[in-house]
Write a protein that binds this ligand. Sequence first.
Ligand SMILES: [Zn+2]
Length: 277
Amino acid sequence: MADDPADPHRAGLLAGRTILAVFAHPDDESLACGGTLARAADAGAKVVLLCATRGESGSISDLSLVPDGDLGRVRVRELAEAAAVLGLAEVTILDHHDGDLRWANVPQLHEEIVLAIRRYRPDAVITFGNDGLYWHLDHIGIHERTFTAVLSLGADAPPLYYVTMAQGLMRAVVEAAHAKGGAPPDSSFWGIEPDAFGDAAEPPTFTIDVRDWASRKLAALRCHRTQMGPHNPFAWIDESDARRYLGTEQFRRAPIDTSGDAVLERLGEPVRERKQA
Ligand SMILES: [Zn+2]
């Protein structure tokens, strides 16, 4: 039934809802949960991104992309393109320094996140888990500040969700890229060992099926051209690989007592706790 209110694929399921994603760098949104953001937007949600830095300390895949050396300016443009691919309604980029998020201007970042929540009144907030995806200190910093910002709102706090990555997923992407003849042995994801992704993630409490949005997730990742050199495994995989490896995103609800209704869970499937034998 096309209009069955219980159908999780129903268009308009999240009509009138707002989702706020809070991340550290341009490309975090696409890598961590681009599929969910696109799916939520398609379901009628207003999806807003707050990005704390311009990512000016990142790598540069091709120097000709940054002729004047201002990587931050180029990455702001790349983020706008990725946001359009994902269907985001608004992107706000803060003025923090890439690399300093965990210890510089901490009260300011806290306050900016609080203000964004007051302004957009989101039904759900998404950020990294305490593993920072691969122990990235900026990611851990944005996790900490988003947690304290949401917590400080007390009974008015929206539900907060941590997005993590399944361990082994990035290794599988590397192998898929090898099968296509790409990703030579010295290739990497931004210099990071594939097995580091998700290595310390707490288990998710629900997953969201984004197979039908995986090609948009891959396209959004590729908008971040300065971060996507020819040896990046994401440059080599095709849409069926994307569907297979990027088609599930996983979340854990933060341990904050909120009155808000479980908006994001509506798109997902609960994960049963695995009992120890
Ligand atoms: Zn990042």
